[in-house]
Write a new protein. Structure first.
Length: 181
């Protein structure tokens, strides 16, 4: 079985999923802005896109260029984590509905979403992203990608969460910081 090619197929499926998410995000962003929503912190967005795009290229590159093996005892549990992160991400998307997007866009004076995963975790989408960026490379032993992009993502998320929390505090009815990730 040619596991590097299967892994490349997995990465292509994840990339296709990301393109679908961007389509949903852009549609939702347009609708929110037409309803008077405000975007904040757009300056960090290109760095976030660069990290996430680079990640999807780095995963298979490390596997092919460094001849990383598929280790079932690592790969299958990592794949299970990837599936769980996707389930959490789509729970977030379903919970936020039209308010979900990949930017920080807030509808002024609207209450924060406190349903779904937001009942348990302040930023559930970012929890999913953190675990996915660690697990997806490990499906095929791409540990360098997991470490480097995990660190890069931590820097981006530090800024993103600070921007998001401030924006939600300014624009939400309750002034609490949760629910737009």
């Amino acid at each position: 079985m040619n596991t590097p090619l299967l892994y490349l197929g997995l990465i292509l499926l994840v990339a296709a999923e990301r393109l679908l998410e961007l389509w949903i995000s852009n549609r939702n962003a347009r609708r929110l802005l037409l309803r008077g929503a405000v975007e904040e912190g757009a300056s960090h967005y290109p760095a976030m896109v660069l990290v996430h795009t680079g990640f999807l290229f780095a995963c298979p590159l490390e596997v092919f260029l460094l001849d990383r093996p598929f280790i079932p005892a690592l790969g299958y549990p990592a794949l299970g984590v990837v599936v769980a992160t996707m389930a959490l991400r789509y729970w977030v998307i379903a919970t936020l509905g039209e308010r979900w997007n990949t930017r920080v866009i807030c509808l002024p004076a609207k209450p924060l979403v406190v349903a779904g995963p937001f009942r348990f975790i302040k930023h559930p989408n970012y929890v999913a992203v953190v675990f996915e960026l660690l697990a997806l490379p490990l499906v095929h032993s791409a540990w360098i990608t997991a470490i480097l992009f995990g660190i890069a993502n931590a820097f981006v998320l530090r800024t993103r969460i600070r921007v998001e929390d401030a924006a939600l505090a300014r624009h939400s009815r309750s002034g609490l910081a949760a629910g737009a990730s």
